[in-house]
Design a protein around this ligand. Structure first.
Ligand SMILES: [Zn+2]
Length: 281
């Protein structure tokens, strides 16, 4: 038995055939089209390539808000997939059940099965990239709450901070994402394109401006959910994890182990495949 996992990223979309135990049996990636209809056409082609006699379902990690109870896509960032019935059309073309969820939820599902949260029942994850995604594992399952739980990038960390896409100001995403890091670098007077290793080797104000709000966000999510660990993933997760050492939690109440994600960029497709298999049972 296997499933097709799809992870739609800002630059690349990854697709894979994933086994029941989370192994990638075959994989591809392609540049993500900016147009939702063009992406759907590409995914229909990918499903035709990857499906074999043992394929049971397709799982898709969506960059945006997805109602975890219904799979309905409500909004998107760099590509807005709420404008078409993605799952229905892919189902019609492939004749396979299609399950959608937020991309960070998919990544945490993979970390829970094979990575940093294996053998744990309660964990939180932040995926730090262009934006910041979030996910909660509660009692061994991804927590959807009323449908949209886990948007940890929208915890307020600086009330007078920058305006966020969600309509508020000073969200974790507006202060500690990769996009925010580029702004902090410019504001510190450092050259554009300063690489993260150079930045972390210094005591730059840009590092403090980037990481102090992350510490505040982590402490708040620990206060709210009490996870056993907090996992930092996404393209900047490992760098943020290193820098966080300099910003320990000042609160004795909200101490929690923070770790870097163990699975690479493949967490999204693995989690999408595993989640699809689980839900199709
Ligand atoms: Zn926000």
């Amino acid at each position: 038995m296997n499933a097709i996992g799809i992870d739609i990223g800002g630059t690349h979309t990854r697709t894979a055939r994933v086994s029941e135990d989370g192994r990638i049996l075959a994989h591809r990636s392609f540049a993500t089209p900016r147009d939702a209809r063009a992406l759907l056409t590409a995914l229909i082609g990918e499903a035709a390539i990857f499906a074999d006699a043992d394929t049971r379902a397709i799982g898709i990690g969506i960059p945006g808000r997805v109602d975890g109870r219904t799979g309905k896509i409500l909004s998107g960032g760099f590509i807005d997939l709420s404008v078409l019935p993605l799952a229905d059309e892919l189902n019609r073309a492939s004749q396979l059940p299609v399950f959608t969820d937020n991309d960070a939820n998919m990544a945490l599902a993979a970390e829970a099965r094979l990575g940093a949260a294996r053998n744990l029942a309660d964990a939180a994850m932040l995926t730090i990239g262009t934006g910041i995604g979030g996910a909660i594992l509660s009692g061994g399952r991804i927590f959807h709450g009323g449908g949209l739980a886990g948007q940890l990038g929208h915890i307020t960390v600086k009330a007078d901070g920058h305006l966020c896409n969600c309509g508020r100001t000073g969200c974790l995403e507006t202060e500690s994402s990769g996009t925010a890091l580029q702004r902090h670098i410019a504001e510190a007077g450092l050259p554009k394109g300063t690489i993260i290793e150079t930045l972390l080797a210094s005591n730059s104000a840009a590092v403090a401006a980037w990481i102090a709000p992350l510490r505040a966000g982590i402490d708040s999510l620990v206060a709210a959910f009490g996870p056993e660990i907090v996992i930092l993933g996404g393209g900047l997760g490992a760098s943020a994890f290193k820098a966080l050492d300099r910003f320990p939690s000042v609160s004795p109440w909200f101490q929690c182990r923070v770790v870097a994600a163990e699975l690479s960029d493949e967490a999204g497709v693995i989690g999408a495949g595993l989640s699809a298999l689980e839900r199709s049972r």
